[in-house]
Design a protein around this ligand. Structure first.
Ligand code: FAD
Length: 390
């Protein structure tokens, strides 16, 4: 098995974590990315303890501790009054409860960490400007073709190519992602741009409202405020991370929100506010066919209302590498991987849809803390991909 030629399509957070997890278990990987340069969008990412366990297992624990933010507390806020509805301790508590920290990080910082680690292990592992277009399974091998005319042959292919996955289309047919009826704005605000005396307290919070919600937290040593604001809205369905939105449009959409939110929205530099329409897909009944499988958003794209999309792909990655180490054949490895992962990923996908009602259903004035079933109360933090049975 150690000589298995493993091809990964896509160098996002999922593909790179998988590459690193496999390298650390002695496998040689080749990652093919369509973009001519590696990169991630300017936005934040929450890493709950289940994801932190996985990143520690691939050797990034020390770097995360240096680079990521660890909020002391996390709140749920009332959209119109700004009042705290729920106040949860974080800080040292997640490590005590779940064995790993709860972090928030700039996506590019995590992506760079992963890419550097993969390239340090093998400078020839990442191939840019290679857009996957198709594969052919020939007995014990798979031949992959790319848009640039190149071809390669491996023993197994893992599609890590995101929500619009071409590998998924080649395996299971081409269906467009489902527009979920939500539009999101993501903004990054340098904290020095905020009005004097304006405080971001606590450092991490979600705000719930009527057909609208928001998540905001500090990253990069408290120098940047990251936020994502969601609105249930039809008529605009562009699924792209690079469409700019004027700040005035966001302020109009959130006109009845408390000033504590509108103040930081108004301080967003025009080049750091983007909007995109949120899509997901229904769960697949099967991920693997022969020697080809899926990972991350390619397998289970989900709404961001539990903040678990990237975390799920990170979990997949460590389980995949452990399955390859435990198995005698490629088919056994892929079966072990899918058996260990599909049920949990599907559960998170479906719960991410259900969470929309909790955050945007408008039950804000008589909010019942006991019914506060967020990702932690759903039990998602208690999963450790480095030790779960494969
Ligand atoms: C508003 C919002 C907030 C979020 N917040 C969080 C959060 O706090 N925590 C969390 O865990 N998750 C969060 N997520 C989810 C997270 O962003 C995604 O789940 C995650 O980025 C998916 O990673 P991936 O590597 O599977 O796919 P992607 O990041 O989409 O990467 C896919 C890669 O494949 C490449 N590619 C695509 N097609 C091809 C091809 N044909 N050939 C070669 N390469 C190809 C792409 O260029 C890209 O590099 C959020 C999502 C949204 C929308």
């Amino acid at each position: 098995m150690q000589n298995t030629r493993i091809i990964l399509i896509g160098a996002g957070i999922g593909g790179l974590t998988a590459a690193l997890a496999l390298q650390r278990r002695g496998f040689k990987v080749a990652v093919y990315e369509q973009a001519p340069q590696l990169g991630e969008v300017g936005a934040g990412l929450t890493l709950s303890p289940n994801a932190t366990h996985a990143l520690e297992a691939v050797g990034l624990g020390g770097k995360l501790a240096q680079t990521a933010s660890r909020p002391a507390r996390q709140a749920v806020l009332h959209y119109r009054t700004g009042q705290v509805l729920v106040d949860q301790e974080r800080g040292d508590l997640p490590k005590k409860q779940y064995g790993a920290d709860y972090y928030q990080i700039h996506r590019a910082d995590l992506h760079n960490m992963l890419a550097d680690a993969v390239a340090t292990n093998d400078p020839s592992a990442i191939h840019l400007d290679h857009a996957f277009v198709g594969f052919q399974q020939n007995g014990d091998t798979v031949e992959v073709t790319f848009k640039n005319g190149a071809k390669t042959v491996g023993d197994v292919v893992i599609g890590c190519d995101g929500i619009k996955s071409e590998v998924r289309a080649a395996l299971w047919g081409r269906l467009p992602p489902r527009f979920t009826g939500n539009v999101a704005w993501r903004g990054l605000v340098p904290v020095k741009n905020l009005p004097p005396g304006f405080k971001i307290e606590p450092a991490s919070a979600a705000a719930i409202g009527v057909k609208h919600s928001l998540a905001r937290y500090l990253i990069r040593d408290g120098t940047m405020l990251n936020y994502v604001a969601f609105a249930e809205k039809s008529g605009w369905e562009v699924e792209s991370w690079s469409v700019r939105s004027p700040v005035s449009e966001l302020l109009e959409e959130f006109h009845d929100w408390h000033d504590s939110f509108k103040t930081f929205m108004a301080a967003t530099p025009p080049d750091l506010l983007f909007k995109w329409a949120l899509h997901d897909r229904d769960p697949l009944p099967q991920w693997t066919k022969g020697r080809v499988t899926l990972l991350g958003d390619a397998a289970h794209p989900m709404l961001p209302f539990l903040g678990m999309g990237a975390a799920s792909g990170i979990e997949d990655s460590v389980v995949l590498a452990r399955a390859f180490q435990a198995a005698q054949t490629v088919n056994e490895a892929l079966q072990r991987y899918e058996n260990a992962r599909r049920e949990r990923a599907t559960f998170i996908q479906m719960q991410s849809r259900a969470a929309q009602e909790r955050l945007q259903g408008g039950k804000v004035d008589n909010y019942d803390q006991k019914k506060h079933k967020n990702e932690e109360f759903l039990g998602l933090f208690g999963y450790n991909p480095a030790t779960v049975a494969v």
